[in-house]
Design a protein around this ligand. Structure first.
Ligand code: URP
Ligand code: ZN
Ligand code: ZN
Length: 466
């Protein structure tokens, strides 16, 4: 058989074990996984990519990103150009963003807006569709599913932005998801108590004394835990599929674990890499406000409980919640933590951080990393038939990683538009030496070499694990 590309001599990493084999690619698809595809030095016209001493991994899916998001009085600084170039360098070949309606927009308006932005994407993409006006949008959800948009999003906070869903809306959306075989993603934070805590501390004296630390102080763990508990109850009684996004607390993992013990297979949770490697001590730094994200970073014991949750599969996915703001944008806070644009860059460093702090530190095996960053997110988001595995017939989305080569994080040398990094100066292994997206080499020797517009919109199938 003639291949266009052969990835030769590497160790293929699957979610359930490793394999010493080559990968033969024809066009955009994996045509064969097997030994000795280069016969006696004869490449038969194929481009051969040497993967000797390297891991050959399925491209990662970051199923929680916000690119060019109008938010917190500004617009997030990574768009589908810089954001997906950053993704490629980090071995991420699929991103799922959130299409959010503004004002009176319909779900279709939101999807059309996001499709317009994504035209320049360098990697494949899809959207979760945010249901922000329940009474109107509930009638539009079936049409989204017909378009391969099978996951919806609701926020339990963000009243000012006009995004907040109340309990009735969440209950209704879970019922609707059950009817449509769709899945509901929830940002779980308890808004009324959160607002109360913010109001209690929002005074000159405390802001002067505590600055960005107030971001953490006003969001104790129970703010997330109570909201997760409530969403889990609505999922339990409706039978709708629920996926808790960016879970940041140890309490959250306990609640999900409990639900699983009770046999509730319709309830899933992701965490984000920042909650695994950073903690709220950063808010004491002079530039601590840069680290404000929502939910905010928690404490070291939460990190440990989240890593354990991943190991036990209580937490099924690692994502980033990429929502980049530059130093200048972050400076809008001017000493008031409620005005910090919330979010951080993440796409370029997710896999390197999971590799360096997960695999190299013995918290996850390399196979578990592939499970959490590729195979599970693909299946859960309805892309399991073409993404997330190195397998004949799947898209040739591949990241080749050297097991030890470290690169120091330096924002000036990265693809993200961020002029800072939460991980600046950290030495990370696990950057992608070579990335392929649907058969095309988009990173070579750690440098982006793809093109805008290569990324395709992905219609997705049935989401979830049940
Ligand atoms: O800080 C964050 N995460 N910004 C994006 C919005 C969200 O809640 O995911
Ligand atoms: Zn959120
Ligand atoms: Zn988010």
């Amino acid at each position: 058989m003639a291949y266009d590309v052969i990835i030769a001599g590497g160790t293929i990493v699957h979610a359930k074990g490793n394999e010493k084999a080559d990968v033969g690619i024809v066009g955009e698809k994996i045509a064969k996984v097997g030994k000795g595809l280069v016969k006696k030095g004869d490449t038969n016209g194929a481009r051969v990519i040497d993967a000797k001493d390297c891991f050959v991994m399925p491209g990662a899916l970051d199923v929680h990103v916000h690119l060019e998001l109008p938010f917190c009085g500004t617009t997030s600084a990574d768009d589908y150009d810089s954001g997906t170039k950053a993704a490629a360098r980090g071995g991420v070949t699929t991103v799922i963003d959130f299409a959010i309606p503004y004002g009176d927009e319909s779900l279709q308006d939101a999807v059309n807006n996001w499709k317009g932005r994504a035209k320049k994407s360098c990697v494949d993409y899809s959207f979760h569709v945010a249901v922000t006006k329940w009474d109107r949008h509930k009638h539009e959800m079936a049409d989204m599913v017909k378009q391969g948009l099978t996951t919806f999003k609701q926020f339990m906070i963000y009243e000012k932005e006009g995004w907040q869903a109340d309990d009735a809306a969440i209950f209704g959306a879970l019922e609707k998801c059950r009817e449509l075989d769709a899945m509901l993603l929830i940002h779980a934070e308890s808004s009324r108590v959160l607002d109360e805590l913010i109001a209690r501390h929002h005074n000159e004296e405390e802001m002067k004394a505590l600055g960005a630390q107030l971001h953490g102080i006003t969001r104790p763990n129970f703010i997330e835990a109570e909201a997760i508990q409530r969403a889990v109850k609505w999922a339990e009684v409706t039978g709708g599929k629920l996926y808790i996004v960016h879970m940041s607390t140890g309490e959250g993992t306990d609640i999900i674990n409990d639900a699983h013990k009770r046999g509730l297979k319709n309830i899933l949770a992701e965490t984000c890499i920042q909650y695994l490697v950073l903690d709220d001590s950063v808010f004491k730094r002079e530039d601590g406000h840069l680290f404000a994200c929502c939910p905010q970073l928690k404490k070291k014991p939460d990190q440990a409980r989240l890593w354990k949750g991943l190991k036990k599969d209580t937490v099924c996915v690692i994502s980033t919640d990429t929502c980049t703001f530059t130093r200048e944008q972050k400076a809008m806070w001017n000493g008031d933590w409620t005005k910090i644009p919330m979010g951080m860059p993440g796409l370029e460093t997710m896999v390197p951080l999971a590799y360096t702090y997960g695999v190299q530190k013995g918290r996850l095996t390399i196979n578990e990393l592939v499970e959490k960053c590729s195979t599970a997110p693909a299946k859960i988001m309805g892309l399991g038939d073409r993404k997330g595995q190195i397998k004949k017939g799947h898209d040739a989305d591949i990241a080749i990683l050297h097991p030890n080569r470290k690169i120091k994080v330096n924002p000036a040398e990265m693809e993200t538009n961020a002029d800072w990094s939460p991980y600046e100066g950290w030495n990370l292994a696990g950057f992608s030496r070579t990335t392929l997206c649907r058969g095309k080499v988009i990173v070579d020797d750690y440098k982006f070499c793809g093109e805008n517009g290569w990324g395709q919109f992905l219609e997705r199938g049935k989401p979830g694990r049940v």
